[in-house]
Design a protein around this ligand. Structure first.
Ligand SMILES: C[S@@+](CC[C@H](N)C(=O)[O-])C[C@H]1O[C@@H](n2cnc3c(N)ncnc32)[C@H](O)[C@@H]1O
Length: 280
């Protein structure tokens, strides 16, 4: 079979299994097996794919067809222009979270250059490590309750040559962390336990501890809103990614706790997804 024929048949297989973006998934997996960049396939449509290449591809295609996330099969994910290791030890980073980091970088550029920052619920470390790469003079901590996630985050720090820049610590929210921070950023679990049956097959491959946060879904974020003032320097900022429909209650919780400059931002699909507020 040629590269083009493999792409066409794999795309058809994924379509039948209701995989989103079937052609793109086929291209990523074939490029991975051939150790080529995805766009290079376009220069090589007529190349014959050898049986020794087809066998591993078939295995990956089968796994993708049964709902395993593409990023787990590739072993990596792109986040804000950098490549991170990605596997079942932590949540697959989402495009919305890239937007959170981009907002922080553009709005706070001068402010966070020399500041002390913590990423609470760091997972694979994408937020902490991207901020470390963008702000070489900032002091950065990544905290998570999951040892598996912390192991992956440390591997990503090594991979990006940022291991001496970010301190990864095990902590339940801020419990084991020394204050004071200029910025607390968090993408904590925000799915309600009742929503489990609405999640896609792919999302169910993420660790439970990365998805669920009690019966409402916003319990951990409420706790963080409550705790953060004691860990923030005067005028410091709390920035959070939140779930669909959670903004009203969380904005009220921020106001009740006397945060100021409370701001919401929508993601690219128009959902209020990010909260920013300062304390003191
Ligand atoms: C939605 S994932 C986000 C991962 C990563 N920050 C990202 O954006 O891709 C939430 C993370 O919070 C961690 N977590 C859950 N409960 C926690 C808690 N009580 N304290 C600290 N981290 C927690 C999970 O282990 C998981 O890594």
């Amino acid at each position: 079979m040629t590269v083009l024929e493999v792409l066409q048949s794999t795309t058809g297989y994924f379509q039948k299994r209701n995989i989103d973006s079937p052609r793109l998934n086929a291209e990523h997996l074939l490029a991975h097996v051939l150790s080529r960049k995805r766009m290079e396939l376009y220069l090589d449509f007529d190349r014959q794919v050898r049986e020794s290449e087809l066998a591993p591809l078939r295995e990956l295609v089968k796994r993708r067809g049964s709902g395993e996330p593409l990023q787990h099969l590739l072993g990596t994910v792109e986040f804000c222009g950098r490549s991170f290791r990605c596997d079942k030890r932590a949540l697959v980073p989402r495009p919305e979270t890239e937007q959170l980091v981009e907002l922080l970088i553009s709005h706070l550029k001068s402010e966070i250059a020399c500041s002390r920052i913590i990423d609470v619920g760091t997972g694979s470390g994408v937020i902490a490590l991207t901020l470390a790469a963008e702000f070489p003079t900032a002091e950065i901590v990544g905290a998570d309750i999951s040892d598996d996630a912390l192991m992956l985050a440390r591997e990503n720090a090594e991979r990006l040559k940022l291991a001496d820049r970010v301190l990864f610590l095990r902590s339940n929210l801020l419990e084991s962390i020394q204050p004071d921070f200029d910025l607390i950023v968090a993408n904590l679990p925000y799915v309600s336990a009742d929503d489990r049956e609405n999640l896609s097959r792919e999302v169910l491959h993420d660790p439970e501890v990365a998805l669920f946060a009690g019966s409402r879904g916003d319990e951990l974020m409420r706790q963080l809103i409550n705790d953060a003032p004691s860990w923030l320097r005067p005028g410091g900022m709390l920035a959070m990614e939140i779930g669909l429909g959670q903004s009203e209650a969380l904005v009220a919780a921020l106001a009740e706790k006397n945060y100021r400059d409370i701001l919401t931002e929508k993601d690219y699909s128009g959902v209020i997804r990010f909260l920013f507020a300062r304390y003191g």
